[in-house]
Design a protein around this ligand. Structure first.
Ligand code: CTP
Length: 424
């Protein structure tokens, strides 16, 4: 390897998430989802204290939160006064996540109020605070709410974008509480020290994720082990940092759509290539995180192939080469159909062998693909594909190599976005 290693990795460690988590719950129909959120943390080994508002208890009873968290629940600063609870919970917390947060609660925190136990806890806390709002679209879009959100973000509180979809009544729009697994993943990323700085506002991002599948016949395909988690996490972190994100998702039906992200489902490499080129205009950053099948059956069968067909059927499948989507995007930029400033990033899934190390293969790949940045990671049994953690190296076209420390795919995504933000 002839490149100089630049920055030393920050102390990201997916396993080092904090142990004292306060889950705040406000009064909205989505309060029931807080039960699942509490579970996400307790099952991850965290100690959870639930602090609901009085209105939250109209939707979910204290007994439910007590049973799920294993800790008593109170809403008022006048309970457990001898323990000075309104100060202690905030001081002792390693992380606070409030889900759902109502428009009223956002206003109270923005104004610095301390009129119930939850607001007082937030006012005292010096740990990271993540707020997941849920409300009707009109309330979310109201300039007062938006001003409160902007104020909280300026103060370093991470306010998640609500999901778009069916709301309490017959209406639908922006305002749904995101899936609890998404809230927990983003909160853990923030608690681990990763940057969630809102520094991607106005940036258009296009990401591919998942693994393409090439049809052999109506029941069979050629595919790979990619889960799509890394591409989805890149999209989730980018949108929470202010970007406008389009995600071309290859065969990811098991992952929930990231809130606030336009998702275009595809199956094959050719479909993925069309979708990427259709969406690429105006993109500031394009990331090819998808694991793309290099070859596809030359003649997919219309009917299920039979074992008895012998060589004419399943035992010999003629393949043709798929387009190289990443290289074609680089070519489109060189040809002027994409803006010259578009930053294009690829991934290199390598195993290394007795001829070259994974980094040497990645250097070759960076040059042959012509992209600006390449995330190189080692794949193999139990590594990367299908896993929830990742690590590797970011290679720059100027020869810089930056280590990406091990962590959840969200934590790794935050490090990647730190790097990409510097290139924009
Ligand atoms: N890629 C692509 N189109 C392909 C193959 C790969 O756009 N037909 C992209 C992937 O999305 C990834 C990068 O190219 O960003 C490297 O993918 P990888 O599978 O590691 O490399 P290959 O080009 O397939 O080379 P090889 O499998 O020989 O290592």
């Amino acid at each position: 390897m002839n490149a100089a290693t630049s920055e030393s990795p920050r102390n990201f460690d997916g396993a080092r998430h904090p142990h004292n988590i306060v889950v705040g719950v406000c009064g909205g129909i989505a309060a029931f989802k807080a039960c699942q959120l509490v579970r996400e943390f307790t099952e991850g080994g965290d100690q959870v204290r639930v602090i609901p508002t009085n209105s939250a208890l109209q939707f979910v009873g204290a007994a439910t939160f007590e049973a799920l968290s294993g800790n008593p629940v109170s809403t008022s600063v006048f309970e457990d006064v001898h323990e000075v609870a309104h100060v202690r919970y905030g001081q002792e917390a390693d992380g606070i996540v409030i889900a759902p947060a109502t428009a009223d609660f956002l206003a109270r925190v923005a104004a610095g109020r301390a009129d119930d136990l939850l607001a007082a806890t937030v006012l005292v806390a010096t740990c990271p605070v993540v707020i997941a709002p849920a409300m009707h679209t009109e309330m979310w879009n109201n300039p007062a709410t938006q001003a409160n959100v902007a104020t909280l973000r300026e103060r370093g509180i991470v306010v998640l974008n609500p999901a778009v979809g069916r709301l309490t009544g017959k209406d639908s729009g922006a305002g749904r509480l995101p899936d609890p697994s998404h809230i927990a993943a983003v909160a853990r990323t923030v608690f681990s020290g990763a940057s969630m700085e809102h520094n991607l506002t106005g940036v258009n991002v296009l990401i591919s994720a998942g693994g393409t599948q090439e049809v052999i016949d109506p029941v069979r395909f050629i595919g790979n082990h990619s889960s799509g988690r890394q591409g989805f996490a890149l999209a989730e972190i980018a949108v929470q940092r202010g970007a406008t994100v389009t995600l071309v998702a290859a065969n990811n039906s098991t992952l929930p759509n990231p809130p606030g992200v336009k998702v275009i489902p595809v199956e094959t490499t050719v479909e993925l290539q069309h979708a990427m080129h259709n969406q690429a205009e105006g993109a500031d950053v394009i990331i090819m995180a998808a694991a793309v099948a290099d070859f596809r059956p030359a003649k997919p069968a219309e009917h299920k192939m039979k074992k008895s067909q012998g060589d004419a059927g399943l035992s010999t499948i003629e393949l043709v080469e798929n387009p190289d989507v990443l290289a074609s995007l680089v070519e489109a930029r060189a040809g002027g159909s994409l803006a010259a400033e578009t930053v294009i990033m690829g991934f290199a899934a390598e195993t290394g062998d007795d001829k070259q190390s994974i980094l040497e293969y990645a250097q070759d790949k960076l040059q042959s693909k012509g992209c600006d940045v390449l995330m190189c990671n080692e794949v193999g049994p139990g590594k990367v594909f299908g896993q929830t953690t990742n690590q590797g190296f970011l290679l720059d076209s100027d020869g810089t190599v930056t280590e990406v420390a091990a962590g959840s795919k969200h934590v790794v995504s935050a490090q990647i976005w730190d790097k990409l933000a510097l290139l924009l």
